[in-house]
Design a protein around this ligand. Structure first.
Ligand SMILES: NC(=O)c1ccc[n+]([C@@H]2O[C@H](COP(=O)([O-])OP(=O)(O)OC[C@H]3O[C@@H](n4cnc5c(N)ncnc54)[C@H](OP(=O)(O)O)[C@@H]3O)[C@@H](O)[C@H]2O)c1
Length: 335
């Protein structure tokens, strides 16, 4: 089969298209013909190395795939040939809290990923995909959508909440769509007015351009009568955290997810004086993915795909993601 492989931690030039033997099946595994992959911001970091617990080399990259089951091992009970499935981001995080051992099983980091024509998956590392989604749409779910789902539900998503989400990349657009299904009010930021128009069309209630309003946390407080938001979907990291802490209401939550922006280490004092909960979010478990899928189905949510790149041009997907011109997800499609 054809696959891509990172041969070293010397940057994207180390990504090669290679011929590998087709995966062989263990009794508890399913063989999946991959029909689509999605790329995430983290996949830009892997070629450089140093990502905690994600240093396998050589490495088949990417954490997200959707496809059809073509064979099952003798112990498999949940899947049959012809089923439409996606993989879980963590192979071994099934439910409950994640532990150290499970942390080492992230596809496309600690273990081989899914940028290949065929993949073998433990049955506990796969989920059925919602019937209303294409393979390309379903491929966007394992990392970005599950992350957004955990960030919102761990902070008790409900219609009385105001959610702030940063930027218009994959996680943020899912956070917007999912928060709206619960009837929450959503404030979203972007560097682009055109992207903010698109976010409003998807249901965003209030928008802030963080380039024209560098003090966007002040804007957030103005838009919330000086109170602040219930939950910040914090995607910037050190470069935005201080502002996110300032945008959260007393007793609010900051869901710490991203590493997009550089900056000074912020002061922790607002956490204390405003009694904030700062919660680390690391994608999610298989159980969270299954709950997410039920919500996607109930509300017939359509994941937002910016572009689909052919498998043969997969490195272009990395370039497009790096350019940050996209809105939502960039997908790789197979023939
Ligand atoms: N912890 C986890 O489990 C987890 C899971 C998934 C992702 N992440 C992290 O979350 C972040 C977003 O991931 P993604 O895959 O959604 O990325 P992405 O699709 O590449 O999103 C990039 C977008 O983020 C926005 N952005 C960049 N710098 C920003 C800043 N300083 N302030 C506000 N927005 C900014 C830009 O939106 P505009 O063009 O609209 O300005 C940019 O287009 C990344 O750091 C990623 O590593 C973490």
């Amino acid at each position: 089969m054809q696959a891509y492989r990172l041969e070293s931690h010397t940057g994207l030039d180390a990504l090669r298209r290679v011929d590998l033997p087709d995966p062989t099946l263990a009794p508890d595994e399913i063989l999946v013909r991959v029909r689509a992959n999605a790329i995430n911001y983290r996949d830009l970091s892997m070629p450089l190395g140093g990502y905690p617990r994600n240093d396998k080399i050589p490495l088949i990259p990417l954490s997200d795939a959707a496809g059809e089951v073509i064979d099952v091992g003798s112990d498999v009970t949940e899947f049959k040939p012809g089923d439409r499935v996606a993989n879980c981001f963590f192979r071994d995080w099934i439910d409950g809290d994640i532990n150290e051992q499970q942390m080492h099983t992230a596809h496309g980091g600690g273990i081989d990923g899914v940028l290949a024509q065929f993949i073998g998956l433990k049955q506990h590392a796969a989920v059925h995909i919602p019937a209303h989604l294409s393979f390309q749409q379903a491929a966007t779910l394992p990392c970005a959508a599950v992350t957004a789902w955990q960030a919102l539900t761990a902070a008790d998503l409900n219609p009385d909440q105001t959610i702030l989400t940063l930027g218009t990349g994959g996680v943020s657009i899912f956070a917007l769509q999912l928060a709206k299904t619960a009837g929450a009010r959503v404030i979203i930021t972007s560097s682009s007015d055109e992207k903010l128009d698109r976010a409003r069309a998807l249901g965003a209630d209030l928008t802030i351009n963080y380039k024209t309003h560098p003090d966007w946390e002040t804007e957030v407080r103005k838009l919330t009568d000086g109170i602040g938001v219930d939950n910040v979907v914090e995607l910037g990291g050190v470069g935005t955290l201080e502002k996110s802490l300032a945008a959260a209401k007393v007793s609010g939550t900051v869901s710490l997810i991203g590493i997009l922006a550089r900056g000074e280490n912020p002061s922790p004092l607002p956490v204390l004086f405003n009694r904030l909960t700062v919660r680390g979010i690391y994608v999610g478990s298989r159980a969270m993915f299954q709950q997410l899928n039920r919500t996607l189905e109930t509300h017939q949510i359509q994941p937002v795909i910016d572009q689909c790149i052919p498998f043969a041009d997969a490195p272009r997907a990395y370039d497009l993601l790096q350019s940050a011109k996209h809105f939502g997800k960039i997908v790789i499609k197979h023939d």
